[in-house]
Design a protein around this ligand. Structure first.
Ligand SMILES: [Zn+2]
Length: 100
């Protein structure tokens, strides 16, 4: 049996502090919104200074994605001893696609 029942008033008062605040966003030089005290995701700038190499990060992410897809295909396609050695050389050729 419940010894000390909490009434609706007390429950409401406790929960009055549970609401989530919206994130503080500010406008970057490039026009995108970014979190306060964080570098911009779009251009990698923090207070007007470039701190993140965005292009390198994109390339890294793409390479990682390709590697994962390759691994999935190798794992799901051929269950056995054959076909496990041919995926190493295919990862390297698709990362260079910056022709600006
Ligand atoms: Zn920006």
């Amino acid at each position: 049996m419940v010894r000390m029942r909490i009434n609706r008033s007390a429950t409401g008062k406790r929960r009055s502090h549970h609401a989530l605040k919206e994130p503080r966003l500010s406008l970057c030089e490039c026009g995108a919104k970014h979190l306060r005290h964080r570098a911009c995701d779009m251009c990698g700038k923090y207070r007007g200074r470039v701190v993140i190499d965005v292009e390198a990060q994109k390339a890294k992410k793409a390479a990682k994605k390709i590697a994962r897809l390759e691994a999935e295909r190798a794992h799901g396609g051929a269950i056995g001893e054959d076909g496990a050695t041919s995926s190493a050389d295919e990862k390297e050729k698709s990362t260079e696609s910056s022709d600006k």
